[in-house]
Design a protein around this ligand. Structure first.
Ligand SMILES: *Cc1c(COP(=O)(O)O)cnc(C)c1O
Length: 428
């Protein structure tokens, strides 16, 4: 069986070594398999929908670099553009044409991004967008939602305190209370709570994943985003859409196009870098012009707008057309509906090519319902799937992604493997 320690001796050996030099053996916590147990695969290479570990085991990849690889790995036109870019110099630290082109390409698909600033991660995008919103409104408070992920900047590492009037408390050691005191948290899809927050506080910005993708996939309830648009507008607050996952994922215009909502600011990442480190934020010109060098909001980056990243992003976005999204929809809907039919004890949430499977018999609409699903059963599912050559995110709270490189054969193999997993759990 692929994916057990007997078939992964090299992964096991390398992970031991990794733990000597890298904290927890990884450079991002979820990769350590803490939530599902066992030894993480060490990856040697990937091509299309396939990812290969250092022992030579092949898997169908549904992590897709956490959603970045909408075309699959090492897509030939992307690779060719990158190869050419590398040969022309890997970094200039000065303006280059590809930055202008990528900004223009993004704006053509997402017109609400009147002006754009590129950064190197989604974390930076969200951190900078909220800084800008605070400067524009001259207010302090940021409202976010429970179960959202906006990167690891201090201000987002908060949890709601007890009692409805309480302010944010740190969720990580090393984050001072003072930094999260102005971060408010409401329940995702809970408009009553949002309205209450607006009554109690002067809010600079509401930042929201328009489709929640960091507690599995949770679509917005009907009217949720429209009401957020309405409330922010009426209260002089900035609406920030964190489309780091959903941008170019659920449609070429992102979730804002899908739901017909124009946010003030948008954060992007993942797909727009074509598999290279990237982030971007953009939006209303009057807000964006507060950024240095025009305005007084400071933000900078040595490798921002890196020519290789920009070219990889451009090559990726140029490949995305109506056909891409209809293929993604066809494959993902087949996968999602088939998985959902396997057992009434699992719920599948899906928007376009982002999906999640939840081990529960109740619908999953927010953080409490997502986090109360059976984590141990997900762990068994994860390992069962891995042993059958299907690589899923190593946490029950993460989404999985279908790419343009997945074949119907990949999808059918995945459904068959899931069927055998669920049969083995629920046989008795
Ligand atoms: C991945 C992600 C981020 C952070 O992006 P990084 O590039 O990992 O810093 C922010 N917001 C959302 C919604 C994300 O999924």
């Amino acid at each position: 069986m692929a994916g057990t320690s007997s078939t992964n001796p090299r992964s096991v050996k390398l992970f031991k070594k990794a733990q000597r030099y890298l904290v927890g053996g990884v450079n991002s916590p979820v990769r350590a398999y803490k939530s599902v147990g066992g030894t993480p695969l060490v990856i040697a290479r990937a091509k299309g929908s396939q990812i290969v570990d250092v022992d030579g085991n092949e898997y169908i990849d549904y992590v897709g670099s956490w959603g970045a690889l909408i075309l699959g790995s090492a897509e030939p036109t992307v690779v060719e553009e990158v190869r050419r870019a590398v040969e022309s110099g890997t970094s200039f630290g000065a303006l280059c044409e590809a930055e202008i082109e990528l900004a223009e390409t993004i704006k053509n698909s997402m017109p609400s991004l009147e002006m754009i600033r590129f950064v190197n991660s989604g974390t930076e995008a969200c951190m900078s967008a909220t800084r800008l919103a605070r400067a524009f409104t001259k207010r302090k408070k940021i409202l976010k939602f429970e179960g959202a992920y906006h990167g690891h900047a201090d201000l987002f590492l908060s949890q709601s305190g007890s009692g409805m009037a309480s302010l944010g408390l740190p969720k990580s050691d090393g984050v001072p209370r003072a930094v999260v005191r102005d971060t408010l948290t409401a329940g995702y899809n809970d408009l009553m709570e949002v309205r209450r927050m607006f009554k109690m506080h002067e809010i600079a910005a509401v930042i929201v994943e328009p489709i929640s993708g960091n507690m599995g996939v949770i679509p917005p309830d009907k009217g949720f985003l429209h009401e957020l648009r309405d409330l922010t507008e009426r209260n002089g607050s900035i609406l920030v859409f964190d489309e780091v996952i959903t941008g170019f994922r659920v449609s070429k215009g992102g979730a804002q196009e899908l739901y017909g909502i124009i946010p003030d600011l948008t954060c992007l990442g993942k797909i727009i870098g074509g598999g290279f480190p990237v982030g971007a934020f953009g939006g209303r010109e009057d807000i964006m012009k507060l950024l240095a060098p025009i305005g007084r909001v400071y933000q900078a980056g040595t490798l921002s707008g890196n020519p290789v990243t920009m070219k990889a992003g451009l090559a990726t976005l140029h490949r995305l057309d109506k056909g891409t999204y209809s293929r993604l929809e066809r494959k993902a809907s087949h996968l999602g509906s088939s998985l959902g039919r396997l057992s009434h004890r699992v719920k599948v949430n899906r928007v376009g090519s982002m999906l999640s499977i939840h081990f529960t018999d109740k619908i999953v609409t927010n953080y409490p319902s997502a986090s109360s699903c059976d984590k141990d059963l997900y762990a068994r599912y994860f390992h069962h799937m891995q042993s059958r050559g299907v690589y899923l995110p190593p946490s029950h709270m993460e989404a999985f992604f279908v790419s343009d490189a997945h074949s119907m054969k990949d999808i059918d193999h995945t459904i068959m493997s899931a069927d055998s997993a669920l049969n083995s759990f629920y046989r008795n």
